[in-house]
Design a protein around this ligand. Structure first.
Ligand code: HEC
Ligand code: HEC
Length: 516
């Protein structure tokens, strides 16, 4: 056990030591999701549940489906809710932090939350494999706000809010996507980084739309493709299930001593350097600097379908030897690369990246400076550059973070990496998405031609494959892939790779929890 792990254990003990709820089960049954009801009565889902009975022209489609939770209460009432900002949405769902909730921030700040938990709690991630993961970074973290009525995931850079809420009748989770527009959507120039990556994105919403997972099932935003892959019901996900919560912000307190690489403390400090005490998602800085991955860990279901073993990865990257201490440079983590290999074979989704702080330091420094000037009033929001461009440009690194296919991959490997997560046998076979499969041997000429047409579409065109926010093709992969789809002459090995990957569908069968 390295120095780092000890420090984290101390943190955990400090949290639990206050007799806080996160270490035990809740008394009302909503918190302790470990005690998820047995999935025995399969007919219960849907049966006996009621849909909204409301006479409203603008009733969202989801209100016509059975279900009962806080999100439906808000959107399926007799009148459309007036929601003009993130704050409106949060306050109607009980997801607002009050300064008074925070307590004395100069003493172990995270404690304030745990005393209140489960009223409200929060974690922040600086790198994410979730829906808008490619926009998530140190400067633009993914905020997950947990409360009894609902859980919200939000990051700037995109006009969307992810919500989930536990159904009162069958106690499974319901998934929702809120999409909003701002005045810039109607302007000739469209929305600039300044509209999307600053506090602007959180207010002056001109319209709000809500959809549920049923409505989203044949889109790139399909929640089930990740939250329900190979499972009967969707669950909350957490890849970094146990400490050291590699990509989570950590409480801004003393650094773990002698840590050879960046930690969540560095991430929180890098964030502060650029953003200062500017609130994010209406979360005050005092709360941002107090978060810890442990909070999420204490509410997600176990076992999880796919887990990133942060301490194994750390210990392999930084083998500690007596006398010499840590190496000067990190070594390759065998565990991580073995799992990347599993992903390349189509066995499971890609795991979070091994590096806790993968921002390109020069880009980060530049964007930090620009954002400071913006906050100081020296430049306007409209002059801001793309704040999402903070990762290194090296294609292999980007492939390992999860943003593109590997440079030098064969067309068959490219198909697995770029298309295999969605076009396989495990996901819903009743929708048009299932007409394309990475097992090309099943496809006729017309289907292959359609695939060529889809990948050749301009990036911004509707229908472009892979979808815009998914892993993209390497710059040199398009031409060989088109040629491959045109010839469709597969070697025996390629045929076997694609068939197996289509069947397994990245659902992780070797590690499939039997009791889920
Ligand atoms: C590409 C896979 C993927 C898709 C698609 C996806 N999620 Fe997630 N989601 C994740 C992962 C992985 C996490 C775990 C936290 C993280 O890494 O950011 C997560 C976390 C969340 C969380 C935070 C609470 C939790 O589960 O830990 C919410 C809320 C959430 N997702 C909602 C949604 C909704 C709503 C949709 C559909 C509109 C959706 N997600 C689609 C992968 C996905
Ligand atoms: C994140 C999930 C996702 C990924 C990754 C993805 N697709 Fe799709 N694809 C979809 C969805 C959803 C549809 C259905 C909606 C539509 O037609 O756009 C679809 C539709 C298609 C269709 C049309 C099927 C039909 O007959 O109507 C083709 C062809 C296709 N995809 C090819 C690809 C190829 C090739 C790749 C990889 C380069 C890829 N897709 C990657 C989600 C994905």
């Amino acid at each position: 056990v390295g120095v780092r792990s000890t420090a984290f254990i101390r943190t955990t003990l400090a949290v639990c030591g206050f007799g806080l709820i996160a270490c035990q089960s809740g008394d009302d049954g909503t918190v302790d999701e470990h005690e998820h009801p047995a999935h025995t009565d399969q007919a219960a889902a849907g049966a006996g549940k009621r849909a909204a009975r409301v006479d409203r022209d603008d009733l969202p489609e989801l209100c016509l489906r059975p279900g009962s939770d806080a999100v439906r209460d808000l959107f399926c009432g007799t009148e459309a809710p007036q929601i003009g900002s993130l704050y409106d949405l949060q306050s109607r769902l009980g997801l607002v932090f009050q300064e008074a909730d925070l307590g004395p921030v100069d003493q172990l700040p995270m404690v304030a939350f745990y005393e209140d938990f489960p009223a409200l709690a929060l974690v922040l991630l600086n790198t994410s494999t979730a829906l808008s993961g490619r926009l998530v970074s140190t400067l633009n973290p993914r905020a997950i706000i947990l409360a009894r009525p609902a859980t919200m995931a939000f990051n700037r850079g995109i006009q969307r809010v992810e919500l989930l809420s536990r159904d009162r009748e069958d106690s499974y989770l319901n998934f929702y996507l809120v999409t909003f527009e701002q005045a810039c959507n109607a302007s000739a120039a469209g929305c600039s980084p300044g509209d999307l990556y600053t506090p602007r994105v959180e207010s002056d919403w001109t319209s709000v739309r809500i959809e549920d997972d049923e409505q989203l099932k044949n889109t790139e935003f399909d929640c089930r493709q990740c939250h329900q892959r190979g499972l009967e019901h969707p669950i909350m996900l957490m890849r970094e299930l146990d400490g050291p919560w590699t990509h989570f912000f950590m409480p801004d307190q003393d650094q773990p001593e002698g840590n050879p690489e960046a930690s969540g403390v560095d991430v929180a400090r890098a964030y502060y350097l650029a953003k200062g005490d500017e609130p994010y998602g209406n979360i005050p800085w005092a709360a941002i600097r107090a978060t810890v991955g442990f909070t999420l860990q204490s509410v997600v279901e176990r076992p999880q379908p796919l887990v990133f073993d942060g301490s194994a990865v750390f210990n392999e990257r930084w083998p500690w030897t007596k006398g010499r201490g840590y190496p000067a440079e990190p070594e390759a983590s065998a565990t991580w690369y073995r799992e990347f290999e599993n992903f390349r074979r189509g066995e499971h989704l890609a795991l979070p990246y091994f590096d806790p702080f993968p921002s390109d330091r020069d880009k980060l420094a530049e964007l930090t400076e620009v954002y400071q000037r913006f906050r100081g009033g020296e430049i306007s929001a409209d002059e801001l550059p793309d704040l999402g461009d903070v990762y290194p440009d090296d294609p292999q690194t980007l492939a390992e973070i999860g943003f593109q296919t590997e440079p030098g991959a064969t067309p068959a490997q490219t198909l697995v990496q770029a298309c295999g997560s969605c076009h396989n046998d495990v996901l819903d076979q009743t929708i048009s998405r299932a007409r394309f499969s990475i097992d090309l041997t099943r496809l006729d000429r017309a289907a292959l031609d359609l695939a060529i047409a889809r990948i050749e579409l301009p990036f911004d065109a509707p229908g472009h494959m892979p979808p815009r926010e998914s892993r993209q093709l390497d710059a040199n992969a398009l031409e060989p892939l088109v040629g491959y789809l045109r010839d469709a002459r597969l070697s025996a090995d390629e045929g076997a790779l694609l068939r197996r990957a289509a069947q397994i569908g990245m659902a992780n069968p070797l590690n499939q929890p039997s009791d889920l």
